[in-house]
Design a binder for this molecule. Sequence first.
Ligand code: MG
Length: 232
Amino acid sequence: MTEPASSHFVFKPIIKGISIQGSEELFPVGKIYCVGRNYADHAKEMGGEVDKDQPFFFSKPPQAITQLSKIPFPTQTDELHHEVELVVLLKSKCSNIPPSQVSQHIFGYAVGVDLTKRDLQAIAKKAGKPWDLSKGFDNSAPISKAQKKEGILLDKGKISLKVNGQIKQSSNLSNMAWKVDELISWLSRFITLKPGDLIFTGTPAGVSKLNPGDQVEAEIEDIGSLSFQLIG
Ligand code: MG
């Protein structure tokens, strides 16, 4: 089956784009997968542990991505949390690949924040219901400019997040339980990954509550930084 020409759509498709450092081009956003519990210290602070047998994933819609410097404070929550994460950007299609083949599909990386309505997530967890409304709301995935690093597997580098100038999260990518190549290989066994797909690779300890007016700054060594304010 061929893809229809864009002139055949009943309205113009909305494609989110991520700006790229040193380029005028945009990275088109496809599917977004996020890993849960990938740093032991964060798994512990959430009352769980890293799943050593298999990683688990959830999704956010592409419209969750934002590069706004001022983000409206989300509605329907009394407990919004920050989770700083390394984001992997894919440039090519892959399915059922071993870890050794993952690097050839990597376009680059970015700094992301997995904004989470922790109160809604706790209710969903308790009821055994999906996390979508606590994780996939508007502007729930602020992201930095992309750093092009084709073919590079990133396995170390400082990762940190500050709120109003105070360090809240500080760790190293080397503390990830499931590495970038292992995560993407695993995911590719279940889903065909395509150019534009993003993988949020989990957060270290130190997640905390955000309030209207807070200024959030996130950084990953050699990748970049991200700064936004929540407007109440
Ligand atoms: Mg997360």
